[in-house]
Ligand binder design. Structure first.
Ligand code: ZN
Length: 158
């Protein structure tokens, strides 16, 4: 039974592989697929992985991701790979990568001008070091990836 489920091939859709263990639910939440989806989903949590030790994997039937969703997934789980499936074949396989600029995510600084009524939308420069930092273009404050991840999971988009 277990093997049958794991081997199930999808006709059209997306396979998100190499998710860090226990990030499948946050990613499903981010994609709006928790609790209100019509799509057929296969979710594996904490399966063995040569690369990661343990990993999660999500198969979503009948849906492809847009570049924005891939950027946000890269912040939740930087090792993830996204496979696009059409007519049972993998037509595109890509590793997610942190974007250079992150737009449309609320600045965690409550006094930032983007959190007032000014018509400025949030924008961060992504500084990719060992510890990735996100620097707000408006208040110039820097935030670590954990803080930005929290904002994304709370869906505080601007
Ligand atoms: Zn700011």
């Amino acid at each position: 039974m277990e093997n049958t489920l794991r081997a199930r091939k999808i006709k059209d859709g997306t396979v998100i592989d190499h998710l860090n263990a226990n990030t499948a639910f946050p990613v499903l939440k981010l994609l709006g697929l928790l609790g209100e989806t019509q799509n057929v989903l296969t979710v594996l949590i904490n399966v063995e992985s040569q690369k990661l030790g343990r990993k999660d994997l999500i198969k979503i039937e009948g849906r492809e991701l847009n570049p924005r969703e891939a950027d946000l997934i890269s912040i939740i789980s930087p090792n993830a790979t996204i496979n696009v499936i059409r007519n049972f074949s993998v037509v595109e396989k890509k590793r997610v990568g942190l974007p250079n600029v992150l737009k449309g995510v609320k600045c965690p600084n409550p006094t930032c001008i983007t959190n007032t009524n000014e018509p400025a939308s949030a924008e961060f420069t992504v500084i990719k070091n060992k510890d990735t930092l996100f620097r707000c273009k408006y208040c110039n404050r820097q935030f670590d990836i954990t803080t930005i991840r929290k904002v994304i999971l709370e869906k505080q988009f601007l």
